[in-house]
Design a protein around this ligand. Structure first.
Ligand code: ADP
Ligand code: MG
Length: 321
């Protein structure tokens, strides 16, 4: 009798603990200018979350070009005067940014800082600059003026008018570092969401992939126009609806065409890139938004990444699925 009772008790306990173990648990913090959420499923994994947020804060403190103590701020301050020695993380990210600029034929260009400032997207002084102002700054965005010294770990902007802006790559990169950190802490199942830059770790307990919803630009936050199934990958979305202002009935959004220095005007409303490489997913999402649907298909085929596009005629296209 006792044995039976014990068995029933143990199995009941197991059931309870397995239910508790698989409850999603999320913590939020505002870092990198966005709402960051980390979700874990096992109770024991909760203790790893604090480390993710401190990692993200550390990355932000190095990469935020508006923070006077950041490495990127120092690189920009010393543009045209001298190379700046930076940490390993920052050096690797800037090297990736350089390579991804070449890979996208300059549609992703990490030297758009001054042009972006001209439009005031990161401030409350949004305005439409004159054609002269724009063209005078676009001439200072040549990627060959970004000089990286592998041995010295230094970054040098040759042109004193150039400014590094990693806003289109940093969150995707950071989401992958956060995922790597969680895995190093033994976490097998989790999601990291940095303001819509999602990185999923592992799969559901029963072996199913995660289902990630892609924001419908026409709906309230949380309304999806498509879903993708994935595991151990980043899903990064760029769209003109995310940050913009309206002047005289015209919408000016924050993703610039590096060739014109003006908000891009392709046939895409939204583009999501799915790749295990978080930095690539982020840089490509920005580049593809600039390039438009046809070039997106070519780029995704060349680099073997999946993408979901919403075109201006409201068609949903799954690329490389
Ligand atoms: P978000 O950061 O809003 O998720 P993106 O990843 O597309 O969106 O990055 C947009 C940011 O990157 C802009 O706010 C600006 O700082 C910078 N940027 C704008 N256009 C470009 C571009 N063509 N290439 C690289 N960076 C860009
Ligand atoms: Mg991007």
């Amino acid at each position: 009798m006792r044995k039976w009772l014990l068995l029933i008790l143990i199995s009941a306990l197991l059931l309870i603990s397995s239910c508790q173990e698989e409850n999603p648990y999320t913590e939020y913090q505002f870092i990198m200018d966005t709402q960051c959420a980390v979700t874990v499923y096992k109770r024991a994994d909760r203790q790893a979350i604090a480390g993710v947020f401190s990692l993200l804060r550390e990355l932000d403190s190095k990469l935020d070009r508006f923070n006077e103590s950041s490495e990127v701020y120092r690189i920009n301050l010393n543009a045209g005067s001298m190379p700046v020695s930076v940490s390993d993380d920052t050096f690797r990210l800037i090297s990736r940014a350089y390579d991804l600029c070449l890979a996208t034929d300059g549609a992703f260009n990490p030297l758009m800082g001054r042009v972006s400032d001209l439009w005031g997207f990161e401030s409350t002084n949004e305005r439409v600059p004159s054609a002269e102002e724009i063209s005078s700054l676009v001439s200072h965005t040549d990627i060959s003026g970004l000089v990286l010294d592998e041995e010295e770990h230094t970054v040098y902007l040759v042109d004193s008018q150039a400014a590094l802006d990693l806003g289109a790559i940093a969150k995707g990169w950071a989401s992958q570092l956060a995922a790597d950190y969680l895995k190093s802490r033994g976490v097998e199942r989790a999601t990291v969401n940095l303001g819509g830059n999602v990185y999923v770790i592992g799969q559901h307990k029963d072996g199913r992939d995660w289902v990630v919803g892609i924001q419908n630009p026409y709906a309230e936050t949380g309304g999806y126009y498509a879903t993708v199934q994935c595991h151990d990958e980043a899903v990064v979305t760029s769209g003109g609806y995310q940050k913009n202002f309206v002047r005289d009935g015209v919408v000016y959004h924050h993703i610039l065409n590096p060739e014109t220095g003006r908000p891009s005007d392709s046939d895409l409303i939204s583009i999501s890139i799915i790749s295990a490489d978080g930095a690539l997913a982020d840089a490509f999402s920005t580049a593809c938004f600039v390039l438009g649907y046809d070039e997106t298909v070519k780029l995704c085929e060349e680099y073997n990444v999946r993408a979901v596009a919403l075109t201006e005629d409201d068609e949903v296209k799954f690329i490389n699925f």
